[in-house]
Design a protein around this ligand. Structure first.
Ligand SMILES: Cc1cc2nc3c(=O)[nH]c(=O)nc-3n(C[C@H](O)[C@H](O)[C@H](O)COP(=O)(O)O)c2cc1C
Length: 324
């Protein structure tokens, strides 16, 4: 039923992609998305070393015979160039269907990835970066809008605008990310010209995601007003839940804190502690505004199936509204 250049490129049933999620998108998690007909993505940065990433890729291959990918976030404040190189080595040696790159231009790694037959989907928060991606030979781009979890860029442009603009100026396929959690968001993205959707926050709130129950409960009770954007002062804006750690980071930024000072509050290890121990205020936790639309925990299969079934209903409803 859903045939786009993205389903063809990735060899998947539904054009529904899980965005890489630090600490959370493990082999088990990515395999569950792929087994449900979407495209699961392991996060390289959670693995910490080439050896661990290779193990994770192998584990995922044992858990699914469907295509899956690996996310490599190349944010300057998080990962060294040597580590990034190691992760690409692991990906090329093990072989996966596609990589999701983010945070920086992946051009230096493209020749080796292409030679290995690995597709590259670059995730960007602005149309100008998507155009650069197209010009260097990227296979597809994901446009993430201001409402997204993680890094929405510095321009504050919403998904509704970014995706349509990108499809006007690009010829490679566009994936829409940021603010999507159900069939309505999915159909809206396709209507804008996207050939697939990417979701993070929705997939975080599934039975298969290992986050502590107290974090899940906090998120299920959260509204669209419960996220904030931090790290603008270091040109690396990030949308996270509005907890004590995030509010503290904002205060430090207002006082002109350096990256080193900020890291005492925003480090990934503190976020991991929050996920593990259920201490909501322990660290910063990426989360999109779409959390305000999510009020129950579901299985990954349910999330994907409800999108697919709901899309058909919407298609029929719109057919009745639009009378020619
Ligand atoms: C908990 C969490 C962790 C994330 N970690 C990463 C990451 O490590 N790398 C990355 O490129 N994106 C990361 N993201 C962003 C997602 O891949 C995706 O772009 C985003 O969630 C889409 O917006 P949405 O949450 O509104 O669906 C993360 C998102 C969440 C919710």
């Amino acid at each position: 039923m859903f045939k786009t250049r993205i389903t063809a490129m990735l060899g998947i049933e539904y054009p529904i992609i899980q965005g890489g999620m630090m600490w959370l998108s493990t082999a088990e998690f990515a395999a569950a998305i792929s087994n449900a007909g979407g495209f699961g993505i392991i996060t390289a940065m959670s693995c910490g070393s080439k050896g661990r990433l290779k193990e994770e890729i192998r584990k995922c291959k044992e858990l699914t015979d469907k295509p899956f990918g690996v996310n490599v976030s190349m944010l300057p404040d998080v990962t060294s160039d040597e580590k990034i190189e190691e992760y690409f080595d692991a990906i090329i040696e093990e072989g996966v269907t596609a990589v999701e790159t983010a945070g920086r231009n992946p051009e230096p790694y493209l020749p080796r990835l292409k030679e290995a037959g690995i597709k590259v989907i670059h995730k960007v928060p602005a149309v100008r970066y998507a155009q650069i991606a197209e010009s260097i030979g990227i296979d597809a781009v994901t446009l993430v809008g201001f409402e997204c979890a993680g890094h929405p860029g510095m321009d504050d442009i919403t998904t509704l605008i970014l995706v349509q603009k990108a499809t006007r100026v690009l010829t490679i396929p566009v994936i829409a990310g940021g603010g999507i959690c159900d069939a309505k968001g999915f159909m809206a993205a396709l209507a804008l010209g996207a050939e697939g959707v990417l979701m993070g926050t929705r997939f975080m709130l599934t039975h298969e995601c290992w986050v502590h129950q107290r974090i899940e409960e906090w998120l299920l009770n959260a509204t669209e007003l419960d996220t904030i954007v931090i790290k603008r002062s270091i040109q690396n804006a990030a949308r996270v839940i509005k907890n004590q750690a995030a509010v503290r980071a904002l205060e430090m930024e207002r006082r002109g804190a350096t990256l080193e000072e900020l890291l005492t509050v925003i480090s990934g290890q503190l976020g991991l502690k929050a996920f593990r121990e259920g201490d909501v205020d322990a660290g910063v936790i990426s989360c999109g505004q779409v959390v305000g639309l999510i009020d129950s925990l579901k299985s990954i299969k349910e999330v994907i199936q409800e999108i697919v079934d709901g899309a058909q209903e919407i298609y029929q409803r719109l057919g009745k509204i639009v009378v020619c």
